[in-house]
Every structure is written in structure tokens, then in C-alpha cells.
Write a protein that binds this ligand. Structure first.
Ligand code: ADP
Ligand code: MG
Length: 293
């Protein structure tokens, strides 16, 4: 039989928009030392917009946007959506593309007019062993300092354009970090995005620890690093990329709008897509399980 207090607790959780898939996780939540948040779509809205474009002499802005939209044609990533939306709004038509391929945590590639074209972040250029022209580098540095994510368009082995995208920090995220600190819990951030962007967001939010430029297959290792320091670790995320880290964490927390994979990897699901529910979860756990002892 389910102990009464646990039963009450679970229904209380449900009323607060928390689905508990693992009751032990709910009990453990009172002892969390560190909570790791995915950045994009969890601490930020994940609604990127293209705010600036820079090109080399090899291409003009409209051509660059059209080509990038073509290569991003098959991707669900928020960056891809932003590029396609910008192309739409500018009224440029993407050429046909084939052979779509995702390069996990780095970008995408496709064939356009018999050429291989890539779109991706700084680590895509590393992967392609490709240098950034100085004009694009200067553009990227400035964008990074403004917490904007930069992706490059690479045609014929050359980076020919760069796009700066702005995401928006969720209003609730500020209160979440402050409230967790008040509960004595450390806050960390885990992202595949560049160190520039990650540190700008972390500093703004007052986050203690930053793991940036982490490839999807390495995200769970960062959780292990914290656990190796003796910490009980919670992980909050929404994406397919977050699933291994959600599984690895002592308490995996999927946030509402998350993908199915994230939801299936989590112990607790926050249905309302409000990061403030992480704080409510810890408080509820502390209040409920105190009574049992
Ligand atoms: P996050 O932790 O922000 O969810 P991802 O692992 O999804 O990160 O992506 C990490 C980085 O890989 C992005 O910041 C971007 O530079 C690059 N990237 C991933 N997917 C795409 C895409 N479809 N188009 C362009 N760049 C991409
Ligand atoms: Mg995410």
C-alpha cells in the first residue's frame, strides 16, 4: 500500500502541475544540492530571431539568407526555425536542397545546386577545420558580447556569411535562481551554445556554474562531474539533447513544452512550462517529507 503522506503529496503535486513518475525522486528533492538547467528553451524562451546578418564579398544578404533557409529546411532546431522565418519575412525564396543531415550539437548540412552547404555554430567550423574570415569574426565577437548566438553559412568550404540571433531570458528565470539560492541550492547551466553567450546569460541571472559548448553526447558527463563532488543533482531540461542528462541526474525534471524524449527520461514533469515550479517542487518536498520523520 502507498503510505498516506505520499499519496497526499502526489495529489498535491498533481494539483500544482507536477507529474511524479518516480516517488523517490519527489522525496529526495528536499535534499538537492545543485540544480542544473538547460539554457535554450528552459531559462530562455527559445524563440530566436535573426537580428543581424554579415556577409563576405562572396555573397549578398538575401542570397545568404535564402541559402541558409534551404539548408535549414529539414531541421526542427530553434535556430533553423529562426532562419526560415527571417527568409519568409524578407520575402526571399529558398532554393531546393537535398541530402539533409544534422551534425549533432554543431549544425546542419545539405546539398544545394550540387554544392555541399553547411550552417552551424563556431564548433561546426572547428569540425570542418575551417577558418573564419576576419570580418565575420569581428561580427561574431560583437554579437557574442551581446549574448547573441552566431551561426555561419559555409559554402564550398568557405564561411561566407554569419547570422546573429537573439533569444530572450524568461522573466521567471531571475526569480528561480534567487529563490533556489535562498533555499541553499546551487544553480548551474548546461548548454551547447558558445561560452560567450552562456556566460552573458549566466552572469545576468546570477548562476553559479556554467558548462558551455557541451556536445549532446557529453551533457550527462557534466552531471556526473557534479555528482562526483558528492552533490545530489537535479537536472531541468526540455530537449532531446537533454535526455541522457535527465536520466543521469539524481532527479530529472522535464519542463512542460518539452519533447517526448525528455519527458520519458524524467522523474518529474512540470506540466505548466514554468521554471518557477522547480522551486515549488523543492518546497513541497521539504514540507511533505518533514512530517514523515
Ligand atoms: P542547446 O544546448 O542550446 O540546446 P544544441 O546542442 O541544440 O544546444 O546546439 C548547440 C549548437 O549547435 C547551437 O548553438 C548551434 O551553434 C549549433 N546548431 C545545432 N543545430 C543547429 C541548426 N539546425 N542550425 C544551425 N546551428 C545549429
Ligand atoms: Mg533546450
Amino acid at each position: 500500500a502507498i503510505p498516506l503522506v505520499v499519496a497526499i503529496n502526489t495529489s498535491m503535486a498533481a494539483r500544482n502541475g507536477m507529474l511524479i513518475r518516480d516517488r523517490i525522486a519527489m522525496e529526495q528533492a528536499r535534499d538537492l544540492d545543485t540544480i542544473v538547467f538547460d539554457k535554450t528553451g528552459t531559462l530562455t524562451k527559445g524563440e530566436h530571431g535573426v537580428v543581424d546578418v554579415e556577409t563576405t564579398d562572396a555573397i549578398n544578404e538575401d542570397e545568404a539568407l535564402a541559402l541558409a533557409a534551404a539548408v535549414e529546411g529539414d531541421s526542427e532546431h530553434m535556430i533553423a526555425q529562426a532562419v526560415r522565418k527571417e527568409a519568409d519575412e524578407k520575402g526571399v525564396t529558398a532554393p531546393n536542397a537535398t541530402n539533409f543531415e544534422a551534425i549533432k550539437g554543431r549544425g546542419v548540412r545539405a546539398t544545394v545546386e550540387e554544392e555541399t552547404v553547411h550552417v552551424g555554430g563556431p564548433n561546426l567550423l572547428e569540425y570542418l577545420d575551417n577558418d573564419v574570415p576576419s570580418s565575420l569574426q569581428a561580427f561574431a565577437d560583437e554579437a557574442g558580447a551581446n549574448a547573441q548566438t552566431v551561426v555561419y553559412l559555409v559554402r564550398d568550404g568557405q564561411a561566407v556569411a554569419a547570422f546573429a540571433m537573439a533569444d530572450v531570458i524568461r522573466e521567471e528565470s531571475y526569480r528561480v535562481v534567487e529563490a533556489l539560492h535562498n533555499l541553499g541550492i546551487e544553480v548551474a547551466m548546461l548548454t551547447g551554445d558558445s561560452a560567450d553567450v552562456a556566460h552573458a546569460v549566466a552572469e545576468d541571472l546570477g548562476i553559479d556554474t556554467v558548462f558551455a559548448e557541451v556536445l549532446p553526447e557529453d551533457k550527462d558527463k557534466k552531471v556526473t562531474e557534479l555528482q562526483d563532488q558528492g552533490k545530489l543533482v537535479g537536472m531541468v531540461g526540455d530537449g532531446v539533447n537533454d535526455a541522457p542528462a535527465l536520466t543521469r541526474a539524481d532527479i530529472g525534471i522535464a519542463i512542460g513544452s518539452g519533447t517526448d524524449v525528455a519527458v520519458q527520461s524524467a522523474d518529474i514533469i512540470l506540466v505548466q512550462n514554468n521554471p518557477m515550479d522547480v522551486v515549488r517542487l523543492v518546497k513541497l518536498s521539504r514540507a511533505s517529507y518533514k512530517r514523515m520523520r
